[in-house]
Write a protein that binds this ligand. Structure first.
Ligand code: TRP
Length: 339
C-alpha cells in the first residue's frame, strides 16, 4: 500500500510563487508515489481571521483553482476542507492534554507570529493552540510524510512529541510523521524581504496576468548600491537573481548574467554593460513562460466552479472516511469506545 502524505494551506488568499517553489512543485511530484491529502485549513485560517469567516469560501475556491492549475490531480490527491472534518477538532481536544503550555510557548514559529501580529494581551487561545490542532491535522489522516516549508519544522516536531506521548501512554496507534522540505527553500519577496507574503504585499501570484507580473518584476528590489548600472553588482541577497535561479530554465544565461552583473562597467558607447532593466526583462520573460500554461489552465477551472466544488466535495469525503478510521482507533486506544 502507498504511504500517506498530508500537507496544507490556510485559505486566506490566492497562492503565489513562494508557495509554488516552496511546496506546490514538490506536491505535484510526490502525488504519484503517495496517497496524498491536501488540507484547506479554514479552521486554522480563522485563528487570526475569526472576524471575517465570509472570506473563506471564495479563498477555498481560488486555492483549489491554483492546485488544479499547477497540476495536482484529484484522482491522486484529495483536496480536503478542514472544517468539514469534525474528527480533527475532536483529536485536537484530546491532544491538548498531551502538550504543555510551556512547550507551545517555546515553538519558534508561533512565537514569531505572535510578535509579528502584535496580539499582546489579546492573543486568542485558538491562535496560540494552532500547533496542537495542526498535529491533529497530520495524525488524523495517518500521514507518514509532511512536505512543508522549513518554517513549519517546529510544527512537525510538536506533532511527533504528541504522537510519541499518545503511543506510550495509551497504546501504539498513531503514526509519527516525517517532514520533507522543498529543495529550493524560501523565496524572498519582490521587495527583498525574507519571505514572500500576501500580508506584506510583496507577492507575485500564480493568477497574475502578464502585465501585472511584468510590472511587479520591473519594480523589484535589486542591489541598492547600483545607481547607474555601471557599479559592480551583488547577486547574492538580490531577489532578482534568486528568482532567476528558481525560474529561469536557461542556467547558462543566468550564469552569464551573474558574471556581467558582478563585473559592472560600460561599453564603447558609455552605456552600462548590463543594466538592471535587462536582468529584470529577462526574468519577466522566464516567469511568463513558466506561468503561461498555469495561468491558462487556471482560467479554465475558474470558469467551472461546479467542477471545482465537486472536486472539493469528493476529496473531503475521502478525507473524512480516513479520519473516521483513525479516530475509531484513537477511541479504542483510550478506552473511550463505550458502546
Ligand atoms: N500552517 C500551515 C501554513 O501556514 C498550513 C497547514 C495547516 C498545514 N495544517 C497543516 C501544513 C498540516 C502542513 C500540515 O502554511
Amino acid at each position: 500500500m502507498k504511504k500517506t502524505i498530508l500537507t496544507g494551506d490556510r485559505p486566506t488568499g490566492r497562492l503565489h510563487l513562494g508557495h509554488y517553489v516552496g511546496s506546490l512543485l514538490n506536491r505535484v511530484k510526490l502525488q504519484n508515489d503517495y496517497d496524498t491529502f491536501i488540507l484547506l485549513a479554514d479552521i486554522q485560517a480563522l485563528t487570526d481571521n475569526y472576524d471575517k469567516p465570509e472570506m473563506l469560501k471564495e479563498n477555498i475556491f481560488q486555492v483549489a483553482c491554483d492546485y488544479l492549475a499547477v497540476g495536482l490531480e484529484p484522482e491522486k490527491c484529495s483536496f480536503v476542507i478542514q472544517s468539514q472534518i469534525p474528527e480533527i477538532a475532536e483529536l485536537t481536544v484530546l491532544f491538548m492534554n498531551l502538550v504543555t503550555v510551556a512547550h507551545v510557548e517555546k515553538n519558534p514559529t508561533v512565537k514569531t507570529e505572535i510578535a509579528q501580529k502584535g496580539f499582546g494581551e489579546s492573543l486568542p487561545l485558538g491562535f496560540f493552540c494552532y500547533p496542537v490542532s495542526q498535529a491533529a491535522d497530520i495524525t488524523a489522516f495517518g500521514a507518514h510524510l509532511v512536505p512543508v516549508g522549513a518554517d513549519q519544522a517546529p510544527m512537525i516536531e510538536i506533532c511527533r512529541d504528541i504522537v510519541e506521548r499518545f503511543n506510550r501512554l495509551y497504546r501504539p496507534t498513531l503514526i509519527s510523521p516525517e517532514p520533507m522540505y522543498a529543495e529550493f527553500g524560501r523565496l524572498p519577496g519582490t521587495d527583498g524581504q525574507a519571505k514572500m507574503s500576501k500580508s506584506i504585499g510583496n507577492a507575485i501570484y500564480l493568477s497574475d496576468d502578464e502585465n501585472t507580473l511584468s510590472k511587479k518584476v520591473m519594480s523589484m528590489f535589486t542591489d541598492p548600491n547600483r545607481i547607474t548600472g555601471r557599479e559592480p553588482g551583488n547577486v547574492t541577497n538580490n531577489p532578482v537573481f534568486t528568482y532567476h535561479d528558481a525560474f529561469n530554465p536557461n542556467k547558462e544565461r543566468v550564469a552569464e548574467l551573474k558574471e556581467l552583473y558582478k563585473a559592472g562597467g560600460e561599453n564603447e558607447e558609455g552605456k552600462p554593460i548590463l543594466g538592471d532593466v535587462t536582468v529584470k526583462r529577462e526574468l519577466a520573460a522566464a516567469l511568463n513562460e513558466t506561468l503561461g500554461p498555469i495561468r491558462e489552465r487556471r482560467a479554465e477551472f475558474e470558469k467551472q466552479p461546479d467542477f471545482v466544488w465537486d472536486v472539493l466535495k469528493a476529496g473531503t469525503e475521502k478525507g473524512k472516511a480516513r479520519a473516521e478510521e483513525v479516530m475509531a482507533s484513537v477511541r479504542e486506544a483510550m478506552r473511550i469506545d463505550y458502546f
